[in-house]
Design a protein around this ligand. Sequence first.
Ligand SMILES: C[S@@+](CC[C@H](N)C(=O)[O-])C[C@H]1O[C@@H](n2cnc3c(N)ncnc32)[C@H](O)[C@@H]1O
Length: 810
Amino acid sequence: MGRGKGGKSRTQRKHFQQNRENVWNQHRPESLPSTTNPYDIQNPDFDHYYKEQNIVSLEEWDSFMQVLRTPLPAAFRINSSSLFHADIRSQLENDFARALQAIVLEGDEEDAIRPLPWYPENLAWHSNFSRMQLRKNQSLKRFHEFLKLENEIGNITRQEAVSMVPPLFLDVHSNHIVLDMCAAPGSKTFQLLEILHRSTKAGSLPDGMVIANDLDVQRCNLLIHQIKRMCTANLIVTNHEAQHFPGCHLNLDCDIRGSSQHASQLLFDRVLCDVPCSGDGTLRKAPDLWRRWNTGTGNGLHTLQILVAMQGLSLLKVGGRMVYSTCSMNPIENEAVVAEILRRCKGSVELVDVSSELPQLIRRPGLKRWKVRDKGKSLVSCKEVDKVRRSAVLPSMFPNGGNYRDIDCNSNCDVNGHPEDGVQVEENPAMHEFTEIVSDFPLELCMRLLPHDQNSGAFFIAVLQKNSPLPAIEVKRRKEVNNQHVESVNQGSEDAQVLQIYPSESTHEEVCKQVSDDNKNEPNEPNTADFKFSPVIDEEGESEEAQEPHNEENIAKITPSKRKLQIQGKWRGVDPVIFFKDESIIKSIEAFYGIDEQFPLDGHLVTRNSDTSNVKRIYYISKSVKNVLELNLSVGQHLKITSVGLKIFERQKSREGRSVECAFRIASEGLPLILPHITKQILSASAIDFKHLLQYKNVKFAEFVDAKFGEMVANLKPGCCVIVLGEGNKVSAEALQVDESSIAIGCWKGRASLTVMVTSIECQELLERLLMRLDRETEKGSSMHEDKPSNNVRYVEQESNGNSQDVEAI
Ligand SMILES: C[S@@+](CC[C@H](N)C(=O)[O-])C[C@H]1O[C@@H](n2cnc3c(N)ncnc32)[C@H](O)[C@@H]1O
């Protein structure tokens, strides 16, 4: 605990006392992050700017600022696709809600934790504790541990409450093709995928898909790591500048080559445009922003935000919906961007009135008027901008837009660009008549979420609908966009010319870092070292336990000369995406696991290794992903794909040296998808035997409590098999009645025992969930519960001293 971290100043204590989170009053010295200097939790420029923008009334200003200066309460979502989402919700409602309330000081009106009222099905939760409190306060330890574990497993996602809102306004259906333009670290991508999968049955996939794009490779890896926690084959992760995201337009030459059966262009039903922004809506979470805050940041991002949004609209189908969002409160990044795209789209795009959706979400209408601040001056119209500042202060930043060319034509300026007639540049910003310029667009349909309305961060959201193809847009003269090179690109059949502006530093076709085969798909691959008793080794004969974690540094360090630079079409340094078509392997997998016809492998498997004879991992892709990959191949691989599909098979070899009939085991990521389609190598275990497997990881056939089950395990073919929690003595998937709620684990059938092939943390989670269920059954009078292992179960971990080689005997 941080009590001894030195005395805090009186001001700090005062800020602390103002903190609405009463629980923290018990532990005052820990209330503020130790790195935060209270003097930094303010910024006169910020005050001046936002007072002038009228984002809240003057009467509200103090309460707005007070909340903005307090740490953000932690919020999280239960992942609806998780097997245990109902258990977790009930644990929160019945266990934690009561236990935590007891910790909160008397008189605190706020609940310790509560579901966010506007989020469907009580799946999103607000806690009245900041992340710092959760980390430091001993009485919150159990809750904190719970959040950490469930987050890691993928049952919950920690996410700012307001950041959960944009996907909810996108109106995603299961058959939609969705583009998430600036997606990393992927919290909203996760939500979009959850919505897509919402009503799909076990073993099937939705018709739609998501392409999640981000410019930053490392952040893409974070996203991949996040999404790995859910079972989806409907995702492609790409790595482009969103403003240049390829439309994959199939030209005539390609058509002649016989690809006419493909879609001829990549168009989306839904686009999420959650652009990079100055982020002052996250001040409560990142108080260091107070110090760094300035108006230049927002002004500097304005053009990029317009370009990304325009590209999103050009890739949107007519009739489609796009959500534009930022975690900034600044009108230059928000209303000004929306107004400019409406201006450029000339009626083909409109703002959607979503005021009746999510009625419990407190929101404020978008602003119709605002000021632009540059070099200490507040400006209401682009006519006031000094010529020398025109490259930084653009007409599109102002409520009425405008155009410097027209100003130049219509007014006589002196040589320095100062107006000689017309508008006078005012020195005192307070002197402006703020009512002077009002946007013509219905910007009140946008929404701003403010911190003091529902004790959250801040966010801006605009919902747009495309009603007709975008119009031809006049290419602006280069001199208007300083440091940017402008070019007009035909975006395809649907839209006319769309303005494209490339930032001068743009190098999106450059070689990026070399990454390993599969590494990009698995940035933080759980090493099978986790399988303490792993009886399998990879096809190179190298124990996976011996491998260092997969990351670019390690790969470069370990095998500097071994790795060839991978090439994916024109993208160098990126693993290729190859359709896996080796018939003999596919047939052997289908035969070994008895995979039924409703789960076609043919055409749905890809690898990331150009050496197809040496494939280690095979990924499953949905039909929609397959279509996009085929289009991408037809156009010459415009997409730079970082990750695609769901890992479903991994090459294996018995550590015992025995040959196994099938070279590939089922990967735990893909197991829930394929589970209902397996008819061989699958058995159902009683709760007690299932529990023992999770506890001891390795159980001899003769030592299962249910002797019949032990016999059936002994009769399985050597190699990978699947054990489902159930009644026992059931063999086929049909008899097992596998459904969305089935709990299953991948195992390895060795010579004399069965070994679990699930990571330790997953074992721990499954075990805890199972014990909870058993406890509930015991309360109801069931006899299945048994705390201690039966005498005949060997506790391998103790006996073998944790050495997985001991399992050779199995
Ligand atoms: C606000 S964050 C996105 C958060 C994300 N939507 C989520 O919910 O987790 C903005 C993202 O834009 C990315 N970015 C910045 N410039 C970009 C560009 N030109 N094209 C695409 N992505 C960009 C950043 O790397 C960052 O991950």
